[in-house]
Design a protein around this ligand. Structure first.
Ligand SMILES: N[C@@H](CCC(=O)N[C@@H](CSS)C(=O)NCC(=O)O)C(=O)O
Ligand SMILES: [Fe+2]
Length: 205
């Protein structure tokens, strides 16, 4: 079972853990230092003995475990491989299942979109390379589960995104131009979220 670390959902996360007697939540992985919400990881650590936090070593954030390219997160007979996909932030990772049938892309690759690159060490060139070299090289049928979707879509595939993603089907130069002209308003909670997420969502971890 996957639990998305979102602060205001910490109670829901805990209920799910209690109701589901067949699994033990031992690790919460953040795909990056979020700008739009506060992670529930620190709060959950206080509530669940033994729970550990993890985030990329390039995130600048504190955590029990700092992840690097190729690290394996094992659970039962399964594992997730850590694939570094910087560009939205320096510390973005994509988590790929051992059989390469699923990828949790955080805010790097979204369905028919991608993470913005205009704050938190964002780089359109790095993001384009991350997606083309690290995500689009996964098998065609690999399911993509992004960190966000603003239209209610839940999953896509590598083949679909390679073919239909309106930003990533362009050349690098065109992509950089698109990303430099998105003109999106800043996330409403960025000024509180980023400092909090640098310390696991709480100010004493
Ligand atoms: N309106 C939201 C923030 C929307 C936003 O900026 N989303 C980010 C991902 S969260 S860091 C993004 O990368 N969007 C890409 C895009 O093309 O929309 C809020 O105020 O929280
Ligand atoms: Fe983000």
């Amino acid at each position: 079972a996957a639990v998305c670390p979102v602060c205001h959902q910490a109670d829901g996360d805990r209920c799910m853990v209690k109701d589901e007697s067949s699994f033990i939540l031992f690790l919460k992985v953040n795909t990056h230092c979020h700008a739009d919400h506060i992670t529930s990881t620190g709060l959950m650590k206080k509530r669940l003995a033994g729970l550990k936090s993890a985030i990329s070593k390039f995130s600048g954030a504190s955590a029990d475990i700092h992840l690097s390219e190729g690290d394996k997160i094992t659970f039962g007979k399964q594992y997730l491989t850590v694939v570094e996909t910087p560009g939205h932030t320096d510390g973005c990772v994509t988590l790929v299942t051992g059989d390469r049938s699923m990828a949790f892309t955080g805010d790097a690759l979204l369905i028919r979109g991608c993470g913005r690159t205009d704050f938190q060490q964002g780089s359109a060139k790095k993001l384009y390379q991350s997606i083309h070299q690290k995500i689009f090289t996964l098998p065609d049928h690999c399911l993509i589960y992004p960190g966000h979707d603003y239209k209610g879509q839940t999953a896509s595939t590598v083949a679909e995104e390679r073919k239909f993603n309106p930003r990533l089907t362009k050349s690098l130069e065109e992509f950089v131009d698109i990303m430099n002209n998105l003109n999106l308003p800043k996330p409403k909670k960025i000024d509180v979220s980023v400092p909090a997420n640098l310390v696991c969502g709480v100010h004493e971890v």
